[in-house]
Ligand binder design. Structure first.
Ligand SMILES: *C/C=C(C)/C=C/C=C(C)/C=C/C1=C(C)CCCC1(C)C
Length: 254
């Protein structure tokens, strides 16, 4: 308990100065995309504090899931400060920061699928590794396409293939089977909500890519607006689904 409390405090002490340092930049009133970068930076900080604090309240087996959730929003918060700065000072897409963020936060979310199953039943580590392979293919294709190293359409197709592989694993693969057969109700409902977030919520990103790169020229405004909205659903919403399962399970036991 003391360790968890000190970890939460350490995270907060890192966050607060990072907010102070990154608070520069000129936010123009007629820059809605810049305003979403600001709003989401702060929402990610608030979500981090919430998930870390709530991790102290849930029963032991759920604690790691909530801490990992807090890490997802912490990593995103820090990247949002940097991305907002790139956007307000150059008006360009912060592509590299965006992908560095995804490269850390998406695997952490894949660990969540594993963790919530492992909290209630025996599940093979292979589940996580397969989800990780899908993630890397998806993000590598997208990055090479967005950064112009390969043709944007080819990058899109590779990215879609990686995503399809993740969907296969969580719906029809081992993860999906374990969740359907062995998990208690609360985990089943969290798993199913997380699965739909990965299907519907994640679909917003390829749409952003499509409207940003493929539908006639690069449109930085719509690309960033779409990616930003997607991150609220897919990071804060995703972790809230886990939080809901964790608190309802913990209260049922208390
Ligand atoms: C917190 C960040 C998350 C959950 C980011 C997820 C990103 C994706 C699901 C990206 C998907 C893409 C495709 C499916 C194809 C085109 C390229 C991408 C990378 C935009």
């Amino acid at each position: 308990m003391t360790i968890i409390k000190s970890a939460a405090l350490a995270a907060l002490t890192i966050l607060i100065p990072s907010i102070a340092f990154a608070a520069g930049g000129n936010l123009e009133p007629n820059d809605p995309v810049g305003i979403t970068f600001w709003l989401i930076s702060i929402a990610m900080v608030a979500a981090t504090v919430f998930f870390l604090m709530e991790s102290l309240r849930v029963s032991g087996k759920w604690r790691t899931s909530l801490i990992v959730g807090g890490l997802v929003t912490l990593v995103a918060a820090v990247h949002y400060f940097y991305m907002r700065d790139v956007w307000v000072s150059t008006g360009q897409s912060p592509t590299v920061f965006r992908y560095v963020d995804w490269l850390i936060t998406v695997p952490l979310q894949m660990i969540e699928f594993y963790l919530i199953l492992a909290a209630c039943t025996a599940v093979a580590m292979g589940v996580f590794w397969r989800l990780l392979v899908g993630t890397v293919i998806m993000l590598l294709g997208g990055y090479l396409g967005e950064a112009g190293f390969i043709n944007a359409t080819v990058g899109f197709v590779i990215g879609m293939a990686g995503w399809a592989y993740i969907l296969y694993e969580i719906f029809a693969g081992e993860a999906g089977k374990v969740a359907a057969d062995e998990a208690p109700e609360s985990v089943k409902s969290a798993f199913s909500l997380m699965r739909w977030i990965v299907t519907i919520g994640w679909a917003i990103y390829p749409l952003g890519y499509f409207f940003g790169y493929l539908a006639g020229g690069v449109d930085d405004n719509s690309l960033n607006l779409i990616y930003n909205v997607a991150d609220v659903v897919n990071k804060i919403g995703f972790c809230l689904a886990i939080w809901a399962a964790a608190t309802s399970e913990s209260e049922a036991k208390a």
